[in-house]
Design a protein around this ligand. Structure first.
Ligand code: GLP
Length: 242
């Protein structure tokens, strides 16, 4: 079941998502949070940091697992997702860094790294709350159109569209990595609760297709219709086509 919440704008969306995360952490102080990167979730992370400073919400026992990471970029690379998370969130909360997990894009054996990541999620007891953004082509994590819903964590070759969409963070298009490690759709669907965020008109088409309700690997996010507890929080621009 997908529940839709409309937010007036990006800031309201961010506040609503942050409130859900804060509630989760208060209810279960050692919650496992599944986290995403990109522009959409940035405002949510700012809200969490502001709340932590003002109200002292503690993350000392929280564990986190991120959705994805570029192959070939290490923690010190400013475009790696590990760097993003340390910089925007983990470094500003009281969470011990060894309780935070991001796939290792520098692993020598990438397939083994994918298997390790799946085992890790199981050992943590599964994901309580998974945050998701959505790609313009409907990808979630880096699961591009055509990915079978049964996939676990795996290595993907990124589509041109996704590399172009993410090129703004890199010096040039050629610097955008060609491969990434991502949780699979099956991994994502095992989360107990999922919150998908969408902001801006460039997401409107993907959101409209998702809300049409046709479940197809052509639109990876449509797999969310198979999950019992999904909330979409989208701003007006992202809902413009529904
Ligand atoms: C990227 C990430 C996704 C993210 C999506 C949207 O490719 N791998 O996890 O959700 O694209 O990103 P943004 O929020 O920057 O639009």
């Amino acid at each position: 079941m997908i529940k839709l919440i409309e937010a007036a704008d990006y800031d309201e969306m961010s506040r609503q998502v942050a409130a859900i995360i804060i509630r989760q952490v208060k209810e279960k102080p050692d919650a496992v949070l599944g986290l995403a990167t990109g522009s959409t979730v940035l405002g949510t992370y700012h809200e969490l940091v502001a709340d932590h400073r003002q109200n002292g919400t503690s993350y000392r026992r929280v564990r986190t697992v991120n959705l994805d990471e570029y192959v070939g970029l290490g923690p010190d690379h400013p475009n790696s997702y590990r760097y993003y998370m340390n910089h925007h969130l983990f470094g500003q909360l009281d969470i011990p860094i060894d309780q935070t997990h991001v796939p290792d894009g520098l692993a020598v054996d990438l397939d083994e790294e994918c298997r390790r990541y799946e085992r890790l999620i199981d050992e943590l007891g599964g994901i309580d709350l998974q945050l998701l953004g959505i790609g313009r082509n409907g990808h979630i994590g880096f699961n591009e159109p055509g990915t079978p819903f049964s996939t676990a964590t795996h290595v993907v070759e990124l589509t041109e569209l996704t590399r172009e969409a993410n090129a703004r963070f890199f010096p040039s298009f050629d610097d955008v990595p060609r491969y990434a490690i991502t949780m699979g759709i099956a991994t994502i669907l095992r989360s107990r609760r999922i919150v998908l965020l969408a902001s801006g008109e460039e997401k409107a088409e993907a959101i409209a297709r998702l809300l049409e309700g046709v479940v197809t690997p052509d639109l990876p996010a449509s797999a969310l219709h198979l999950h019992p507890d999904v909330t979409i929080i989208a701003d007006r621009e992202a809902l413009a086509l529904i």
